[in-house]
Write a protein that binds this ligand. Structure first.
Ligand code: AMP
Length: 191
């Protein structure tokens, strides 16, 4: 299977912006766990829409079975990709285990967009989104989840020597270009 780069960071750190830049400048296929879940909420035939929406509104991590299934389907629909970039996943160790059980993962790395809580709050307040989870209490819960669960996954990749970090407090273009350099040298691909 193609290499996978997981992109993690606090809410508002710029995962979406950075990954969209990467997928325009490299022959990689990008999926966002959050976007796939939001699409599922909009799907009138989905049996999981209400469960996902309740988790999102509360700033909770959605069930691993649901998230992994959506990612698997998305990846299987793009078998020719040279590499996959997956943002917002795995948010907890259980998800990583579940993902590895379901998919034949050979090479995976992690890019951590490292950003301060203050900067994340400022950016989310400035983005005027209509997302159900961009209110102060839910942002706090999401930051807490990051500290309690997601950091454990980041630390695991660090100990395994498979973690790359970019300072995400910097200006948008600088963050994107730094992430580009890191990913390009890592997976050795060019457009
Ligand atoms: P994001 O778009 O990455 O900011 O994620 C928004 C929300 O979607 C999160 O607060 C979770 O409720 C849900 N979500 C996103 N990614 C995941 C994931 N990998 N596993 C479970 N829930 C997720």
């Amino acid at each position: 299977m193609q290499p996978i780069v997981f992109v993690l960071g606090k809410p508002g750190c710029g995962k979406g912006t950075t990954c969209s830049y990467l997928s325009h400048h490299l022959p990689v296929q990008h999926f966002s766990a959050g976007d796939l879940l939001r699409q599922e909420v909009q799907n009138p035939r989905s049996l999981n829409a209400q469960i996902i929406l309740d988790d999102m509104k509360a700033g909770r991590i959605a069930k691993p079975e649901i998230t992994v299934q959506l990612l698997r389907e998305a990846m299987e629909a793009h078998p020719a990709a040279k590499a996959y970039i997956i943002d917002g996943f795995p948010r907890e160790l259980e998800q990583l285990e579940f993902f590895k059980q379901q998919l034949d993962v050979e090479r995976c790395f992690m890019l951590h967009l490292n950003c301060s809580d203050e900067e994340c709050f400022t950016r989310i307040h400035g983005r005027h989104s209509n997302r159900v989870d961009d209110n102060d209490q839910t942002i706090k819960n999401r930051l807490q989840n990051f500290a309690d669960e997601t950091l454990k996954v980041i630390n695991l990749f660090k100990h395994q020597g498979r973690l790359m970090e970019v300072n995400a407090n910097a200006d948008k273009l600088e963050v994107c270009q730094n992430a580009f350099r890191v990913i390009q040298s890592l997976v050795g691909i060019r457009k």
